[in-house]
Write a protein of this length. Structure first.
Lengths: 137, 315
């Protein structure tokens, strides 16, 4: 099975962290549904060109968080996720992205006031065209 | 998952002589069972001597060597070799007049675990010429035959010394796939000497750097690429470029510095991962890190060699 996980060679985070947070995102974001079979450790390592040690670590962490389950002999599967966890993840991710955008603005010598008014302007123009919200709400 | 407490190979102060000039070691390392370790090194680093030592073919001058739980020494129980598959860098001259079929027949008598259907599959997959004498085959054709024979008894430990030089890209891909299937059961240990970066990228879990008979470093592969980075840093206007370069060069962890436009420097560094202290150190000096990029294996190796050579220079 192919997973839409991308490694960014320029990010400072360690490899396992990049893979783990993307996989967590796919599960909490609902792209990977409960019961979906994940690739074996070696398969995923080969397709991401990373070490099987890293993938094992990622799977162990996600299993400890209750996001995936390993059944002896059968493989690794996506576990059920609470709605509240998904919401927390969704808002957390959005906050992260917005923070990055603010940092980019600051690097361009914008003041916080300028960024705020730009943000409000963009939100207004979006709300004219889209309703946004949860895809399966 | 494999039992990491029980390494496949333990090198404890091992040194071995090869020819008149070359001494391997002393080497200290544990090659973990169930994982793939790539040996990366320059020509003459001692890779091939190490393989010979593992097979008891290069007598130890010193130290203790354990392979699959057997202590390798003259007169030791040689049955551990039944669980090893080996492809040497250069084919054995004594096999030149054998065909692949004859070599396989010989090997099948020697290895109790020889798996004929599996061997047939490898012959088909690798498209092996079974009838021509090995000495008459091209390097790549011979390589394929040797790989199939080395894998056909599903060895616990597979030792491959530059196994794919001469293979065409199609066979190389099929070989990678076969190797992955072989490794899938989780208990197999692969030790592969290679200078092909892509093989290290795709296969290795650990990387062992060998240079002039000594181990430069032994890394978990992904940690290696996490830690070694090429940084693009910006100096402060207060500092002359020469001062900035000197300051960077003296910063622990940084190995190579180049100017890259006005006030900009490229530095290749170890310990540049997120948790590293390097970034904060650069901060204190007033440098700003604009970019941090993973390095290629070759560049990491050459940094390590440069550092090693510096350490060997008399102060």
């Amino acid at each position: 099975m192919w997973l839409p996980v991308k490694i960014d060679e320029r990010r400072p985070e360690p490899l396992y962290h990049q893979i783990e947070s993307q996989l967590r995102g796919l599960i909490l974001g609902g792209q990977l549904q409960e019961g979906t079979a994940l690739p074996s450790i070696r398969e995923l390592a080969a397709s991401l060109r990373c070490s099987a040690i890293t993938i094992r670590r990622v799977y162990q962490d996600l299993e400890n968080e209750g996001l995936i389950r390993t059944r002896q002999g059968a493989g690794t599967f996506v576990a059920g996720v609470e709605r509240s966890d998904r919401d927390r993840h969704r808002l957390g991710r959005a906050a992260e992205q917005l923070e990055q955008a603010i940092d980019a603005g600051l690097q361009l010598q914008c003041s916080l006031e300028e960024i705020e008014s730009l943000f409000m302007e963009l939100v207004r123009s979006k709300s004219a065209t889209s309703t946004g919200g949860y895809p399966d709400a | 998952m494999p039992d990491e407490d029980q390494p496949a190979i333990v090198l404890d102060g091992v040194s071995a002589r090869s020819g008149r000039e070359f001494t391997l070691g002393p080497l200290d390392a544990a090659i973990p069972r169930g994982w793939t370790t790539a040996i990366v090194g320059t020509n003459g680093s001692g890779k091939s001597t190490l393989f010979r030592a593992l097979l008891g073919l290069a007598p130890l001058a010193q130290g203790k060597l354990e392979v699959l739980g057997t202590q390798v020494r003259p007169g030791c129980d040689e049955r551990y070799k039944e669980k090893i598959g080996f492809v040497s860098e250069n084919g054995h001259g004594c096999e030149n007049s054998m065909t692949a079929k004859e070599k396989a027949a010989f090997a099948s008598a020697w290895y109790p675990a020889w798996d004929p259907p599996y061997y047939r599959r490898l012959v088909r997959q690798f498209d092996i010429d079974e009838k021509t004498k090995l000495g008459k085959l091209s390097k790549g054709m011979r390589r394929k035959a040797e790989l199939a024979v080395a894998m056909a008894h599903r060895p616990d430990l597979l030792l491959l010394d530059e196994p794919t030089s001469g293979l065409d890209p199609m066979i190389w891909k099929i070989w990678l796939e076969e190797l992955r299937t072989y490794l899938a059961d989780g208990d197999k240990t692969l030790l592969i000497a290679t200078h092909i970066t892509e093989e290290v990228r795709r296969l290795a879990d650990y990387v062992l750097f060998l240079h002039r008979g000594r181990i430069l470093a032994h890394y978990e592969k992904d940690r290696l690429f996490d830690e070694w980075r090429e940084l693009l840093v910006q100096g402060t206007g207060m500092m002359s470029e020469a001062d900035a370069v000197r300051l960077l060069e003296e910063t622990p962890g940084i190995c190579r510095v180049e100017r890259d436009g006005p006030g900009l420097y490229r530095a290749q560094a170890n310990g540049a991962g997120q948790a590293g202290r390097l970034a904060s150190r650069l901060d204190v000096y007033g440098f700003r890190t604009l970019e941090s990029r993973r390095m290629e294996l070759e560049d990491i190796l050459s940094c390590m060699i440069q550092k090693e050579d510096k350490n060997l220079e008399p102060a």
